[in-house]
Design a protein around this ligand. Structure first.
Ligand SMILES: Nc1ncnc2c1ncn2[C@@H]1O[C@H](COP(=O)(O)OP(=O)(O)O)[C@@H](O)[C@H]1O
Ligand SMILES: [Mg+2]
Length: 269
């Protein structure tokens, strides 16, 4: 069953055509990578489909409904949840508080309101705390729950971002560069968490600018280039596609970029 579908999604910034008609269809349960060199339009695509930017044209369907003009809060409530390329962690709060407030400060805020109305506030807060702690334990951050988020490693911060998104019970989880600035061991750890969640039925679209991290992880790769889909299919076919190789030739770094200094190279908003 098709869970998510866009057709002809367009977005320009002044004279720059960032998205030039993006056609993508994702089935329930898929684990899909969305790759493309820097500036290809990947983040803009996520912004358009999650209601943070208004597309200039095209349609977006999610879970059987046309959601083209829906605000992000409504989309999150319906189960379309995302993480951001630049970490949104609140550095002065603890790891656990960061996960707890994700249930409240996220566009999906109203998802929590639904049970806030039926439960006593105290009990509700307890449930949020419990859920946050369960997620942190499951994803290896339990021992850091009372640590100030600003002091944890870049890799742990990426996992924290994922836990924050999971508070909203995604049906479709859109991850924007979950491996950015993460060392090799943590890439493997995060990949395993994603794989486990996918095995449990969660659908993923994962953005990366490089090819390397995703080939092993995903079932399908979509390549975005200059705002349109250049290739879409089995990861091994896609990475050996001549057009795809040509696009990445101008970005040789993306193909064989090493991990040295990755943690310190992480950019932070
Ligand atoms: N808010 C914006 N205003 C103007 N130009 C933008 C804005 N956001 C993105 N762009 C431009 O759109 C193009 C696609 O950007 P982006 O979607 O961030 O690419 P990617 O995530 O694939 O690296 C780039 O040329 C970028 O400079
Ligand atoms: Mg981006």
């Amino acid at each position: 069953m098709t869970l998510f579908e866009t057709s002809g999604v367009e977005k320009s910034f002044g004279g720059l055509r960032a998205l030039d008609g993006v056609d993508v269809s994702i089935d329930e349960g898929e684990l899909v990578g969305l790759i493309g060199p820097n500036g290809a339009g990947k983040t803009t695509y996520f912004n358009c489909v999650t209601g943070l930017l208004e597309p200039d044209g095209g349609t977006i369907r999610f879970d059987g409904e046309d959601v083209t003009d829906k605000p992000s809060a409504e989309l999150a409530r319906a189960g379309m949840v995302r993480t951001f390329q630049l970490s949104r962690t609140l550095k002065s709060m603890t790891v656990r508080e960061n996960v707890q407030i994700a249930a409240m400060d996220h566009p999906g805020e109203s998802a929590i309101h639904a049970f806030r109305q039926t439960d006593a506030l105290y009990e509700n807060e307890e449930r949020i705390t419990e859920r946050a702690e369960d997620l942190l334990d499951r994803f290896g951050l339990g021992h850091l729950k009372d640590t100030t988020a600003g002091t944890i490693s870049g890799g742990d911060r990426r996992i924290l971002e994922i836990c924050r998104g999971l508070m909203l019970d995604p049906k479709l989880f859109l991850l924007d560069e979950p491996f950015a600035g993460v060392n090799e061991a943590t890439v493997e750890e995060i990949s395993k968490y994603i794989k486990d969640l996918n095995d449990e039925g969660m659908t993923f679209v994962i953005i990366e600018h490089g090819l390397r991290e995703l080939v092993q992880l995903v079932d399908r790769l979509i390549v975005l280039h200059e705002g349109a889909v250049l290739a879409d299919g089995d990861p091994r076919d896609v990475v050996s596609d001549e057009e795809v190789i040509n696009v990445y030739m101008g970005n040789a770094m993306d193909l064989d970029e090493g991990d040295e200094g990755a943690e310190s190279a992480e950019s932070e908003a």
